[in-house]
Design a protein around this ligand. Structure first.
Ligand SMILES: Cc1ncc(COP(=O)(O)O)c(C=O)c1O
Length: 464
């Protein structure tokens, strides 16, 4: 049974335009020194509770955006507040340690707690702070593994060590990672070469010359489009295979999101991912699964890739967002032989790790993964009913667990609908060119589904 967050509002209530006057005044001040144009509203973080973000104007917004899919237990969950009050985080408060140098003893408990949710077959954990860093390290691990295979146990040479200082590494600079059209893997310079969701993310930055393949985005409902979807997947697999054959040992890996979470909530079938896994094994290229957005229960399984029933595990699985700390799990074959090859000063953040430990306890104790599956079915069912009510506006309702979306007829209409939702008390956001995404916390329950659908219904009605 899910524990209620005691102060959770009974429903959304809005009494100013969103953003309200206080948010606007704060934005003007904030914007003097930092880019504040992306801010939706300023939050009253003490007053926010459960699934409701309370803003500085006193509006309570039902939050299905979740700080870009990054709120695991809603606002001010009693387990987190209680753990803090009981002193469970004290060890992480007085200073920030370099976790690879002199970690507090308690860090070992955090690592054990995180390792307890490791995907099957990936026991090795690397912690960092963000999703993009998680991706950077997963691709570095893939390169290290590829070069270890190519050297066949021979040590690197003095020439290798001198060439590398000039950024010249014969055989290495040509290594590649394949990614998919519409994918998003972060904005650091390595990860950005894999990100293909919006041109503006990439514009004006130098990029690695790495190949891209079309993502066979399923059309919904799946039973109606079964043949068309299967044909798109077969074409994409053929292109991946062609690249693996053409580039041979230069391909160190391929990265994919279980559901493209920024690029328009695009799905593919478990069979597609199983076929990818097999192809990559055949060509000794790493299968990197980016679960930064899909991980931690939201799809109704702890890791979204568990839906695929893979005969062989992925080689790396990245996480961040709802895990509060970033990182990746690696198969033993991807663990570097030498220390310091995947390393930095902080290696994450002990406080976020300690919070994640509490989050994982609650997720297990309260059965929140199963809840996300059950509640998600109600959400997607409700979205399907809404698209029947507004066929000229809404289509393609889809989701796995509460990781859900619906398409709006075009981009401008989507933006108007998102705004109309906000004005009625639903904090939501877009995905891709014309989808609205739903990324609620894991404590999102049936009553919140009903309220979400009511608010969306009223917002859609105001536009039609
Ligand atoms: C799938 C995926 N990978 C990587 C990232 C990058 O994470 P961060 O913004 O923490 O760097 C994101 C962020 O949205 C993401 O959705």
């Amino acid at each position: 049974m899910t524990s209620a967050v005691p102060a959770e509002p009974r429903s959304a209530h809005v009494h100013t335009p969103i953003p309200g006057p206080r948010s606007q005044a704060l934005r003007a001040r904030h914007g003097q020194h930092q880019d504040a144009r992306t801010v939706h509203v300023y939050q009253d973080s003490r007053a926010s509770a459960g699934n409701y973000l309370v803003d500085v104007d006193g509006n309570a917004l039902l939050d299905v955006y979740g700080h870009i899919a990054a709120v695991p237990l809603g606002y001010n969950h009693p387990a987190l507040i209680g753990a803090w009050r009981e002193g469970r985080f004290d060890w992480a408060m007085g200073h920030r340690p370099a976790l690879g140098v002199a970690p507090p003893a308690e860090w070992v408990d955090v690592v054990q707690a995180l390792a307890a949710v490791a995907p099957a077959g990936l026991p090795h954990l690397l912690t960092v702070t963000t999703g993009a860093e998680a991706v950077e390290n997963a691709i570095k691990a893939a390169f290290l593994r590829k070069m270890a295979l190519r050297r066949g146990g021979r040590p690197w040479t003095a020439d290798d060590l001198s060439q590398v200082m000039q950024n010249r590494q014969p055989g290495v600079n040509g290594l590649k990672i394949i990614s998919f059209e519409g994918g998003f893997h972060g904005r650091t310079l390595g990860a950005l070469s894999l990100t293909r969701s919006k041109a503006i993310h990439k514009l004006d930055f130098p990029a690695f010359d790495w190949p891209v393949v079309p993502f066979p985005a399923s059309r919904f409902p799946l039973d109606v489009y079964a043949a068309e979807n299967a044909a798109a997947e077969a074409r994409a697999l053929q292109q991946v295979e062609d690249l693996l054959v053409a580039w041979g040992p230069q391909v160190a890996g391929l990265i994919v999101e279980p559901i493209q979470g920024e690029g328009g909530d695009r799905h593919a079938s478990p069979a597609f991912f199983r076929a990818l896994r097999a192809l990559l094994s055949q060509h000794q290229a790493a299968f990197l699964v980016d679960e930064v957005q899909t991980g931690v229960g939201t799809t109704g399984r702890f890791w979204a890739h568990e839906h695929w029933d893979l005969p062989e595990p992925p080689d790396a699985v990245t996480f961040s967002k709802k895990m509060l700390i970033g990182g990746c799990f690696l198969r033993p074959t991807l663990v570097p032989v030498e220390p310091y090859r995947l390393f930095n000063t902080w290696l994450g953040d002990p406080l976020r790790g300690a919070q994640a430990q509490v989050v994982l306890e609650v997720v297990a104790r309260e059965g929140l993964v199963a809840q996300a599956g059950r509640v998600g079915d109600a959400l997607v069912g409700g979205l399907q009913a809404l698209q029947e009510r507004y066929p000229a506006l809404l289509s393609q309702a889809r989701g796995l667990g509460t990781f859900a979306a619906i398409d709006v007829v075009d981009g401008p209409a989507r933006d108007r609908l998102v705004d109309a939702c906000k004005q009625r008390g639903l904090e939501c956001g877009g995905s891709g060119d014309r989808s609205i995404r739903f990324r609620p916390a894991l404590i999102f329950a049936e009553r919140h589904v009903q309220e979400t659908l009511d608010l969306l219904d009223r917002a859609a009605g105001s536009l039609s």
